[in-house]
Design a protein around this ligand. Sequence first.
Ligand code: FAD
Length: 438
Amino acid sequence: MNNHTVNEHIQCRLMVIGAGMAGMAATLFAANRQIDTVQVGVTGEINFASGLLDLLAVHPIPSGTLWDNPREAVRRLVREAPDHPYARLTMDRIESALEEFTSFLKKVGHPYYFHSGRNSQVLTAVGTAKTTYAVPLSMHNGSIAYKKRLPCLLVDFEGLKGFSGRQIAETMKRQWPALRHVSLGFPDVSGEAYTEHMARALETESIRAQLADAVRPYLKGVEMVGLPAILGIYRTRDIIAFLEDALGLPVFEIPGIPPSITGLRLREVFEDQLPHRGVRTFYQKRVLSAHIQKNGSFLFAVGGGEPEVRITADAVILATGRFFGKGLTADHREIREALFDLPVFQPDCRGQWHRRAFLNPGGHPINQCGLETDEQFRPLSLEKKPVHHHLYAAGSILAHQDWIRQKCGSGLAIATAHAAVAAFERATDNEIDASATG
Ligand SMILES: Cc1cc2nc3c(=O)[nH]c(=O)nc-3n(C[C@H](O)[C@H](O)[C@H](O)COP(=O)(O)OP(=O)(O)OC[C@H]3O[C@@H](n4cnc5c(N)ncnc54)[C@H](O)[C@@H]3O)c2cc1C
């Protein structure tokens, strides 16, 4: 919910631009430090997030080497790719960031499970095992089931596109022969079924009971039950507890049908909680223009299509993402940063954006483009100096990383957001000290 009126002029200490993983994390960290913050961004992108928090699973990219211990993976990455944003962070920083982020989620009813600091594997809707770091508790049983290859029943639903128990079991049959599947009608749905509708329906106890009744006849010889990630938006823990009680077996969610309910859960939590923590939020609005004023502060015009609000800020965290989030745009010649026209690290010409083979295992040079920063996560000018003493960047807009192939998306977004907020806080403290002594 937006907590503002239109046609106003707002002032704040910190403006966070972006409402993806990096923007939400930066805003949370700023709010936790009582920094007067405004956040602007369309929350659509987070709807696609699987809910899994990757730290680092793959390095080097061309060999696709998977790591069990993400800390060792980060150490090796930083040694071999010193420009990667993780090289600007200590392991302590990365861990504190994830700890603060997941503590918040736990407090508001969305606990995560860490496998003793190791990566774990989660079964996905396309029948692959995805290596990740922290999993929503609703998926944790699935990791155990996969590790032990337990006999499990996969339940899918007539009319639900993108999730087929049969296909998962078929794809996995060599490595996990004990997978079985059943296709059921979802209570109260005829025709096409939609994840959000199903998730909301399961918030009602009678629908949960009908679902349990429908699954119960298929449990012979089964030790766990896997369902698509549709088990509620606000009461997932209650729904799982209900189903486990009714079925007498552990239940787990399987991620991966976009737009994903796990992403929607995160979105709802942040949209609901951040305003309660003093943040002024402008969700579903965009920053339409950005200027650095003579006195060094930033001036933004914000609105749906037309400018509705002007915002002045002392500092900015740019968490606008790459092409998907629209933080970067590409024309027939070059890649540009969309708001401040900051220099973008990129190949010399368009012909070098992609390698010849589309499925090249090393990825493409365009997958490493973005903003180069100093140690404080401040974007650099062409002269390699910070563009502004209080302009910071976080998340996938940063250069020298390929979060999709390296499987480090959320970890990178959360840890760089933490570092950017900490850098701003430190700079502010220094300014206060300087003015007190000067
Ligand atoms: C399909 C999908 C699957 C994923 N799966 C995983 C996974 O398995 N594991 C994992 O760890 N992470 C996963 N993620 C999350 C991913 O890690 C993060 O989304 C990614 O790191 C990028 O986050 P970001 O916040 O930097 O950018 P984005 O998510 O791209 O967000 C950018 C934000 O900036 C906003 N913005 C851009 N321009 C403006 C403007 N002018 N004004 C206002 N706002 C603006 C956009 O509206 C958006 O809110 C997944 C994401 C997607 C999309």
